[in-house]
Design a binder for this molecule. Structure first.
Ligand code: GUN
Length: 309
C-alpha cells in the first residue's frame, strides 16, 4: 500500500516553529523583514509571490513585495537590489524567477548580499552548501529533506536518484542527500536508460518539469517517490490518462478547465511506491515554509551576532 508523505502537515509544523521563533525575536524588539521582488506579469509567479507574502505575515514577518514592469532594464533591478541590501529592516531578499530575458538572472542573484539571500542562490552560499558548511539552502530541496526526516524515511546508505539538474532543485537536492549519507546519482534528459537507472533507486526525486514523465516502469516496487513537479494540464485526454476513474478530479477539471499534475504519473508510478508526495499537497507547501525559516535564520544571523564578529 502506498502512503502519502504529507507536505501540508509538515509545512504547518515548520510554520508554527517559525512563528514561535519570530515571537521570541519580537520580544527583544526585532522583527524579521522579507523583501520579495517580482518583475513582469507571469501569472504563476504572481500566485507564488502572493502566497509567500501571506505566509510571511501569518508568521509575524514583515513582508514587502516590490513589483516592476516586464520591460524593466537590468540596471534598474540592480539598483533596487542594492537598496534592499542597504536597508537594515530587510533581512531576506527573494527575487522571483524566471526573470524577463533582457535581465541576466545570474548577475542579479550575485548582487544580493549573501547574508540576505533568502533562496540560497548566491554563488557564495551555493559553494558553502557544496562544502557542507552552514548557509541558507534553496527552499524546495531543504523542504524535501525536512519532510523525509520528519516522516522517518531512512537516508543513510540508501540509493537516491535525482532526476533534474537545476540550480534551484536538482543540484542542491543531491548535495543535501549526500550530506545525509545517501549514495546519490543526478540523472537528466541525456541519461542513457533513464528508466533502468531510476529503477535502482530506493529514493527517487523527480524534478524535470514534464507532466507525468516518471511512469511506473521508472519505479522500483516499494521505493520512496518525491514529486517536485507542478504542471497545469488543460486537455481532457491528459486527465483521463493521469486520473482514470477519478470522478472528483474530472469534476474539478470540468469546473476549472485545468488540473495540476506533477512530474510523476499518478496512475502508474504512485501505486508502486511505498510512500510518495502527492500533487498538490506534497512538496509545494514546504517551499514556502522553508522560505520563512530561511528568513528567520538570516535575521538571527545578521542581528544577533556581536558587532565584533
Ligand atoms: N521560481 C520557482 N521556484 C523558485 C524559488 O524557489 N525561488 C525563486 N526566487 N524563484 C522561483
Amino acid at each position: 500500500m502506498s502512503r502519502i508523505l504529507d507536505g501540508t502537515a509538515v509545512s504547518k509544523a515548520i510554520r508554527a516553529e517559525v512563528a514561535s521563533g519570530v515571537a521570541s525575536l519580537a520580544a527583544r524588539g526585532i522583527v524579521p523583514g522579507l523583501a520579495v521582488v517580482l518583475v513582469g506579469d507571469d501569472p504563476a509567479s504572481a500566485v507564488y509571490v502572493a502566497s509567500k507574502g501571506t505566509a510571511a505575515r501569518e508568521a509575524g514577518i514583515t513582508e514587502r513585495t516590490l513589483r516592476f514592469p516586464a520591460d524593466l532594464p537590468e540596471s534598474a533591478l540592480l539598483t533596487a537590489v542594492e537598496e534592499l541590501n542597504r536597508d537594515d529592516t530587510v533581512d531576506a531578499i527573494l527575487v522571483q524567477l524566471p526573470l524577463p530575458k533582457q535581465i541576466d538572472s545570474a548577475r542579479i542573484l550575485r548582487a544580493i548580499d549573501p547574508r540576505k539571500d533568502a533562496d540560497g542562490f548566491h554563488p557564495v552560499n551555493a559553494g558553502l552548501l557544496l562544502q557542507g558548511k552552514p548557509a541558507p539552502v534553496p527552499c524546495t530541496p531543504a523542504g524535501i529533506l525536512e519532510l523525509l526526516e520528519r516522516e522517518g524515511v531512512p537516508l543513510r546508505g540508501t540509493r537516491a536518484v535525482v532526476v533534474g539538474r537545476s540550480d534551484i532543485v536538482g543540484k542542491p537536492m543531491a548535495l543535501l542527500l549526500l550530506r545525509r549519507d545517501a549514495t546519490v546519482t543526478i540523472a537528466h534528459s541525456k541519461t542513457r536508460d533513464l528508466p533502468g537507472l531510476c529503477r535502482e533507486a530506493d529514493l527517487l526525486v523527480a524534478a524535470i518539469g514534464r507532466p507525468g514523465f516518471v511512469t511506473g516502469d521508472f519505479v522500483k516496487e516499494g521505493a520512496v517517490l518525491v514529486d517536485v513537479g507542478i504542471n497545469r494540464v488543460t486537455s481532457r485526454a491528459d486527465v483521463e490518462r493521469f486520473f482514470p476513474g477519478d470522478a472528483k478530479r474530472r469534476a474539478a477539471f470540468d469546473r476549472n478547465g485545468s488540473t495540476l499534475v506533477g512530474d510523476c504519473d499518478p496512475a502508474t508510478a504512485f501505486p508502486r511506491a511505498s510512500r510518495y508526495t502527492p500533487v498538490p499537497g506534497g512538496v509545494g507547501p514546504l517551499t514556502i515554509a522553508l522560505l520563512l525559516r530561511n528568513t528567520l535564520e538570516l535575521c538571527r544571523g545578521r542581528r544577533l551576532v556581536a558587532p565584533s564578529e
